[in-house]
Design a protein around this ligand. Structure first.
Ligand code: 3HC
Length: 295
């Protein structure tokens, strides 16, 4: 199956990144948001990235205008009716996801593939709201932040996902210029199961004053060649997201290494969610990390 028409539900950081990559890959993309202001913000993020690419001389004006033509916003599920693939990228609330998938299943044609970009929920848990005939064409498609840059996508199959669907998704991921790995439908899939305990341990090190946040980050960046230190990366991912992923992993495995440290909970409770709120372990000005804040 050749995926050409793609719907993305949710135009936040992940949804807009997926929409951007699909439009750049030549797909016809409709991105759906619940409110005009969210849609405008998400589309502005994508158009801003394309403008910066033209300004840097990495992309021609012609290329940008072709990409712009491939991308449209909508507030209505009905606009997605002709899509070959719809990827859901809304907040990590099961109730919202179930409503969204029930609606998508109702309006989409029988051959369409439905995917969730959930980073922590069980993919199979969403299945019961789908018609039994759709289950073979339902899977997880987990992207990484920042989506336009990170080359990995985890494909998560349920017991019902067909080989034909997996082949179509592998082809789609390859068309985006990214690499797919098959991941189990188990909490954290592969990447978050390994990454999150490491990040939580770094937070415990900061909590125990083992070293300053800057030194913890410098140690892992320079000592291990990581692109960002773990506290910097936690701010980048969002401390609220980190806490909710940790809760899902701890509920599932009950191992102390998955438990959200009290420092993480305190930062979240005080509204220091990382880059997106301008403060977390560090102070932020947009994308720019500034000094470490007191803990
Ligand atoms: N959006 C789009 N593009 C971005 C970007 C963003 N937020 N940040 C950087 N870029 C682009 C830049 O424009 C630049 O592009 P260019 O080479 O065409 O000019 C390129 O990326 C490199 O950027 P910089 O030179 O500014 O900075 P770095 O070399 O430090 O790279 C980074 C930035 C790619 C974000 C790098 O620091 C990195 O890989 N960090 C780790 C990110 C990571 O681990 N992500 C996974 C998070 S876990 C997750 O998403 C799972 C979820 O379920 C929680």
């Amino acid at each position: 199956m050749d995926i050409q028409r793609v719907g993305i539900v949710g135009c936040g950081l992940m949804g807009s990144g997926i929409a951007q990559c699909a439009a750049e890959a030549g797909c016809q993309v409709w991105v759906k948001e619940a409110e005009e202001s969210f849609l405008a913000k998400g589309l502005a993020r994508i158009h801003g990235a394309w403008d910066r690419a033209v300004a840097k001389g990495k992309v021609t004006e012609g290329q940008r205008s072709a990409w712009q033509k491939n991308l449209q916003g909508t507030l209505s599920f009905a606009t997605l009716a002709d899509c070959d693939l719809v990827v859901e990228a809304i907040p990590e609330r099961l109730d919202l996801k179930l409503q969204t998938f029930a609606e998508l299943d109702r309006i989409l044609g029988p051959a369409a593939i439905l995917c969730t970009n959930t980073s922590s929920l069980s993919v199979a848990q969403i299945g019961p709201v789908l018609e039994p005939t759709r289950l073979g064409r339902f899977a997880g498609l987990h992207f990484f932040n920042p989506v336009p840059v990170m080359p990995l996508v985890e494909i998560i199959r349920t017991l019902a996902t067909t080989e034909e669907t997996l082949a179509a998704l592998r082809g789609f991921v390859q068309g985006l210029g990214k690499t797919a790995v098959m991941a189990p439908d188990a909490p954290g899939f592969v990447v978050n199961r390994l990454l999150v305990p490491y990040l939580l341990d770094a937070i415990r090190c900061a909590e125990q004053r083992l070293a300053t946040p800057e030194d913890i980050d410098a140690a892992m960046k320079l000592g291990c060649g990581h692109p960002m230190g773990p506290l910097h990366l936690s701010d980048f991912i969002g401390l609220d997201t980190m806490q909710s992923v940790a809760e899902v992993l701890f509920d599932a495995f009950g191992e102390p290494r998955f438990k959200a440290p009290s420092l993480l909970r305190q930062l979240v409770a005080s509204g220091r969610l990382g880059r997106k709120t301008g403060s977390g372990f560090y102070r932020w000005e947009g994308e720019k990390r500034l000094e470490a804040l007191s803990l």
